[in-house]
Design a protein around this ligand. Structure first.
Ligand code: MN
Ligand code: MN
Length: 297
């Protein structure tokens, strides 16, 4: 077995373990911050590193939410909660997500996302047009009375690159090229109600960021913070809550604002369903083999 494959499989096994543990962690009344931290700690305990901050999305909050360091929010009764986790070993990333319905009214949406994921993965084999996969997702969801989020996509993964090259659409009419043997993809359909807008829009908040470029900065605090980000988080996304350390919140915020204003660090804005409807997500990472996909998560 090649070293890369071995590391993908290890990362995948750890991501799958996180999913197994999830029902014990994700419960009504638990704070979102605790959920994020617990999964991130567990990733490290199991021998991997977080490939990105744990994303937790309530109801219409679809992606890119992670708790800030003093997040008071708890999981409310009746909510639909998406948890998206990533583990990497030496840059080989496994990306997976699950959804918990704490109300029976949302259970169908969860099943729809899971079915669409299963059918999409079944359709993916070498030579298949990527646009066909999107059509499968959309058709599966329509059959179950729901619709996909059309402006979110699955993505190709490479070492230390979470989103690279080709995207796997969740609707028909999008997607370029064909699936090829040896490629690694995160496949992630998002389902919403059939009368929803079916698109996400940017909210103003951001809690997940990425390193963009180096630049001479004014304050020594910002300079030191940028140096730290470049050293520790040059390739993969990070949370602002990962950076603060022992510094007081006011001086940290000042320094971090300078990184953002200089565009040395770029935000991933929180994405919400545009009509405020609940969204479910299912996601696996797969390796494309000769006769189909090997699910590693
Ligand atoms: Mn994910
Ligand atoms: Mn993903």
């Amino acid at each position: 077995m090649s070293e890369a494959l071995d590391k993908y499989l290890q990362a995948g096994k750890i991501a799958a373990r996180l999913k197994d543990e999830a029902p014990k962690i994700v419960k009504v009344g638990v704070s979102l911050l605790e959920v994020c931290q617990r999964f991130e700690e567990l990733t490290i305990e199991l021998g991997a590193r977080p490939a990105f901050p744990v994303n937790i999305g309530m109801n219409e909050v679809t992606a890119h939410y992670t708790s800030p360091s003093e997040d008071p929010a708890v999981i409310p009764e009746g909510s639909l909660v998406k948890v998206d986790v990533g583990a990497h070993i030496d840059g080989y990333i496994a990306d997976t997500a699950m959804t918990f319905a704490f109300s029976s009214v949302h259970e169908a949406l969860v099943i729809t996302a899971q079915e669409a994921l299963r059918n999409a993965i079944d359709a993916m084999r070498p030579g298949v047009k990527i646009s066909e996969v999107g059509a499968v997702v959309e058709k599966t969801m329509a059959m179950l009375g729901h619709k996909p989020i059309r402006n979110l996509m699955g993505h190709r993964i490479e070492r230390y690159k979470l989103h690279t090259g080709k995207s796997i659409p969740n609707v028909s009419g999008l997607g370029v090229g064909r699936i090829q043997e040896g490629e690694v993809y995160a496949v992630e359909p998002f389902s919403t109600l059939h009368d929803a807008a079916g698109v996400v829009r940017d909210a103003s908040q951001a809690f997940i960021f990425r390193y963009n470029k180096e630049k001479r900065l004014k304050s020594p605090d910002a300079t030191a913070l940028l140096e730290y980000v470049r050293r520790e988080h040059r390739f993969l996304p990070f949370a602002s809550r990962w950076l603060r350390g022992d510094s007081p919140i006011s001086s940290f915020n000042l320094a971090f604002t300078e990184l953002l204003e200089s565009k040395c660090v770029l935000p991933y804005r929180v994405l919400v369903e545009a009509s405020g409807q609940p969204v479910a997500q299912a996601e696996h990472t797969v390796i494309v083999e000769k006769n189909g996909c090997r699910i590693i998560t």
